[in-house]
Design a protein around this ligand. Structure first.
Ligand SMILES: Nc1ncnc2c1ncn2[C@@H]1O[C@H](COP(=O)(O)OP(=O)(O)OP(=O)(O)O)[C@@H](O)[C@H]1O
Ligand SMILES: [Mg+2]
Length: 382
């Protein structure tokens, strides 16, 4: 039975019908949350086992970082773990107190525990806030919540966080984690995440667990589109699936764009068999979305003054079979970096990885999303 609603989810952080190709990440997150429920010392309520290192999730735009968080948030098996999820802790005006929005978020979560609302600890939080001591208010609130039971604090879009607030959060949370409170911390962001954490004096960063995510495998790409279509009662022909995979480029966001376009075409056609003809009919929609994205990504390289560097790195990768050692890439950037390149070669590298033009993992830098790489190469021919 074909449902009325398109099952695919081409949108920010929307949990897809099949979370494809993220088994290792799901396992790590599941284990971490499981450890939060570990045995605790009866008197202090602190965890008996050793503290949990914070987890960093870093990847280019649109590869599913926020989706991992939305997925966790929805799992009934974690219902007993309180999740504080906060994005965009920024300072738009000099008078803003960014921690206020986080505290508000925590209060809202806590209101489910009304019986504690009148407690002394919460009054202390309010007083600190009224005295303009936002850091102290956060410290009290975080300790109070972590003492109540398993707590996951997830911060998304970290590279946009106000540095002073981020430093205060990290300092407090790290102390609580080290003392054995049942608190886990996820730090999420695009490339630039690590640099921003370092700027916030996050000395534990080298001891935290890093998950660097990017494109999904060929098999996962096909599964992400095939499984939901089959669940909707469609039969997907092998050559149709190949045509869809070629459009999706192993890019998680695109599996949803392509899947959604095919599903629409199927609904209109009234057929049950997804064949190459249908995929071709629906291709235009997906392609135009893809071109918009490429246009934006390329525009970003231009706006951020990265065109020159991106071309040098693309040439290097092309002439060396698609991959190079990160040191060679870094040296190339360092050699041609000028005073105008704010943040030096590190920041240039983050800029080139932001949309996945190139990607470094397991000690190798490679060409990134194939269609974006091609698009950027083509622009210089025009
Ligand atoms: N594992 C996956 N399988 C299939 N689709 C996925 C997967 N992960 C994410 N998606 C889809 O990809 C799209 C982008 O996901 P998401 O917004 O989580 O990316 P992001 O990495 O947080 O990007 P940004 O850096 O822009 O915030 C969404 O439409 C989501 O449904
Ligand atoms: Mg996101």
């Amino acid at each position: 039975m074909v449902s009325k609603f398109n099952p695919f989810t081409p949108g920010t952080g929307h949990v897809p019908p099949l979370l494809a190709g993220r088994a290792a990440e799901v396992e790590l997150l599941t284990n971490t949350l499981g450890q939060l429920r570990g045995p605790r010392v009866r008197r202090t309520k602190l965890l008996v086992d050793k503290p949990l290192p914070p987890i960093r999730i870093c990847g280019p735009r649109g590869v599913g970082k926020t989706t991992l968080l939305s997925w966790l948030n929805r799992q009934p098996q974690f219902r007993d773990i309180r999740i504080i999820w906060h994005a965009y802790l920024s300072k738009a005006r000099p008078t803003d107190v960014p921690l206020r929005s986080l505290l508000f978020n925590m209060f809202r979560e806590l209101s489910a525990l009304e019986r504690f609302m009148g407690s002394k600890a919460l009054r202390a939080v309010t007083i600190s806030m009224e005295n303009g001591e936002a850091n102290l208010a956060y410290e009290r609130m975080a300790e109070f919540m972590a003492a109540k039971g398993p707590l996951l604090m997830a911060f998304d879009e970290i590279p946009h966080f106000d540095l002073d607030s981020l430093a205060a959060i990290l300092r407090t949370n790290q102390r609580l984690i080290e003392e054995g409170y049942p608190l886990a911390m996820l730090l999420i962001g695009t490339p630039g995440l690590d640099a921003h954490l370092r700027k916030a004096d996050a000395s534990f960063i080298d001891r935290s667990t890093g998950m660097y995510i990017n494109l999904i495998s060929d098999e996962a790409t096909r599964d992400a589109m095939r499984v939901p279509l089959e669940q909707e009662g469609f039969a997907v022909q092998p050559d149709a699936l190949e045509a869809m995979a070629a459009q999706a480029d192993n890019y998680p966001y695109f599996t949803q764009v392509v899947g959604a376009a095919v599903w629409d075409a199927m609904r209109k056609s009234g057929h049950k068999k997804v064949d190459v003809g249908i995929v071709e009919q629906s291709a235009e929609k997906a392609e135009s979305r893809q071109n918009e994205l490429h246009y934006d990504s390329y525009g970003m390289l231009v706006d951020n003054g990265l065109l020159y560097h991106s071309r040098r790195v693309m040439d290097l990768l092309e002439s060396s079979g698609g991959s190079a050692s990160p040191e060679v890439v870094f040296n190339l950037l360092a050699e041609h970096c000028t005073e105008e390149d704010e943040g030096g070669p590190e920041a240039i590298l983050d800029g080139l990885q932001l949309d996945g033009l190139i990607w470094t993992v397991d000690g190798v830098t490679r060409t990134g999303r194939p269609s974006l790489f091609r698009y950027c190469q083509e622009q210089r021919l025009d």
